[in-house]
Design a protein around this ligand. Structure first.
Ligand SMILES: Cc1cc2nc3c(=O)[nH]c(=O)nc-3n(C[C@H](O)[C@H](O)[C@H](O)COP(=O)(O)OP(=O)(O)OC[C@H]3O[C@@H](n4cnc5c(N)ncnc54)[C@H](O)[C@@H]3O)c2cc1C
Length: 484
């Protein structure tokens, strides 16, 4: 097993461990290890626990909330756990360090189905996506990572090996007793957690014990391996980009797609607002530009089982576009690889242009970074939440764009500060946007988790008693609070 000790050695020899996509600075640690199998991971965790050394778990380091960045202690990286195996039941067992890209290649080479979780960054790992319960565009139809995890192997604090399958242990009356863990009690929440939620531990009456560990952001142990299930591949996948020429048409189309009773198997329903359209036009690159009159963009992915179903979907969508005054002639898309690629490139162009813009500003102010919101509300309140988010950012005079997973009521506002004064304004805007989502019955984080960057937001969403209840669960599993 590779391991490095000494703060200076780590910052010189493995500085990549001290940086993820959150832009948080100041991470450091005294030691790091890359176990290559479960035995090595168990031994390392046992040793750290014996010596009282705090442990931060690291995966693909694509996280946006800084959960994988250490503040002292030791880092245990899952990146060398690369085993993938087919199981007799059609599922797959994957080591925690297998990336989503590696998993997808393995699946397409060996199996018929596909693995739906797709958090955009394909260097994210199986362990990291489970620890954050990652979502992606197709979550609208396929749910988040949780739905595809059938079993976990976890090394608990103290180095105890814990394996669990879905269906083995459930909470009843908010209580679950497990021979290794003891008795765990879920806190009583004032209101149910929103359906798409990555803030705090997963808490639902009657839930499976495995779900407590999914989305626990490296605070309840080291996920070393997972059993994952696949979805059947549909015959056709259609990608469409629709460009309404006014805001009213966009919201009308959005509403009718949400409420349709037709057999449109919509996988993804995403949006980019007028600020995104203007931003792309003013930062042209190697991607297709939106049509001249486009005000908003609605990105839609649907799937069909056969030619008849495909025809039915295309006709229905055409009618819906016309009914909402969106011109079908300016829409892009189809099921051919070239059309789907055009839309993929267009979708990826926005975060790339935002990052490029931030790096330009950084030449003058090196500490500048992007601020991103991750709140979600019930889809029926998305328009209200969008308008509120927008006015919070406009009131502060910040440059920003808003886009996201509209079908799940989930949007990301990206504020791009241009100087240190705007950094402070962006920080307060993000907090206000998060609080607005909670006020509307939603969550402060729907997919990125809270990590270290947004841990404080937990208090916007949960009462002191609720947070104490989550802490109590953690104290039973990790009495010395060494993880996370
Ligand atoms: C451009 C871009 C787009 C993104 N889009 C999406 C998106 O659409 N949806 C989405 O959900 N996310 C998205 N993300 C965020 C990120 O990709 C996900 O959070 C991803 O799940 C993190 O996986 P990782 O392996 O990189 O984990 P890391 O960043 O290494 O770690 C993330 C958290 O998981 C914990 N962890 C990691 N591995 C383990 C393990 N083996 N055991 C226990 N805990 C562990 C860490 O301690 C940390 O708290 C995006 C990120 C970028 C940069």
């Amino acid at each position: 097993m590779r391991s490095v000790t000494g703060r200076k050695n780590i910052s010189e020899m493995c500085a990549d461990l001290l940086q993820d996509e959150s832009n948080l600075s100041g991470a450091w640690c005294e030691a790091a290890a890359w176990p290559e199998n479960t035995d090595e991971a168990e031994e390392y965790i046992r040793e750290c626990s014996r010596s009282g050394i705090p442990l931060t778990v690291s995966g693909g380091l694509t996280g946006i909330a800084g959960g994988a960045l250490p503040e002292g202690g030791s880092v245990i990286s899952a990146s060398a756990l690369k085993d993938i195996r087919l199981l007799g039941n059609g599922n797959i067992t994957a080591g925690a360090g297998v990336t989503i890209e590696e998993l997808n290649s393995f699946v397409s080479a060996n199996m018929d189905g596909f693995y739906p979780p797709d958090p955009t960054e394909e260097t994210a790992t199986v362990g990291g996506t489970i620890a954050t319960d990652a979502s992606g565009a197709d979550t609208f139809l396929y749910g988040s990572t949780r739905k595809w995890v059938e079993g976990l192997q976890i090394i608990l604090p103290g180095g105890r090996l814990f394996t669990i399958k879905r269906g083995q242990y459930k909470f009843e009356n908010r209580t679950c007793t497990h021979p290794l863990l003891g008795t765990l009690q879920l806190p009583l929440l004032r209101r149910e957690q929103p359906p798409k939620n990555a803030a705090g531990y997963h808490i639902r009456e009657g839930m499976d014990l495995i779900d407590l560990f999914i989305g626990s952001e490296g605070t309840l142990g080291f996920i070393s391996e997972a059993e994952l299930k696949l979805a059947p591949e549909p015959q056709y996948v259609i990608d469409l980009a629709v460009f309404p020429e006014n805001t009213g048409s966009f919201w009308e189309l959005y509403g009718s797609l949400l409420n349709t009773e037709e057999h449109l198997r919509i996988r993804a329903l995403e949006m980019m607002d007028d600020r995104c359209m203007d931003f792309l036009r003013s930062h042209p690159g190697e991607f297709p530009l939106p049509p001249a009159n486009a005000v908003f963009c609605l990105l839609l992915r649907a799937e069909a089982d056969n030619d008849e179903h495909l025809e039915e979907i295309l006709v229905t969508l055409d009618e819906m576009l016309i009914a909402s005054n969106s011109n079908p002639e300016t829409a892009w898309g189809g099921f051919e690889p070239s059309e789907r690629k055009r839309i993929k490139d267009f979708r990826h162009a926005l975060p790339e242009a935002v990052n490029h813009c931030i790096s330009e500003v950084r030449r003058k102010y090196p500490s500048i970074h992007k601020f991103g919101s991750d709140g979600a509300v019930g889809p029926s309140r998305l328009e209200e939440y969008y308008n509120r988010t927008r006015s919070i950012l406009e009131d502060r005079g910040l440059p920003f764009v808003i886009f996201g997973h509209a079908g799940d009521g989930h949007i990301h506002a990206n504020a791009m500060p241009e100087d240190p004064r705007q950094m402070l304004l962006a920080d307060s805007a993000m907090r206000e946007i998060a609080a607005a989502a909670v006020e509307m019955g939603g969550t402060v984080s729907a997919e990125h988790g809270l990590g270290k960057l947004k841990l404080d937001y937990l208090k916007l969403m949960y009462s002191e008693d609720e947070i104490r209840g989550m802490e109590a669960i953690r104290s039973i599993i990790d009495p010395d609070h060494l993880f996370g």
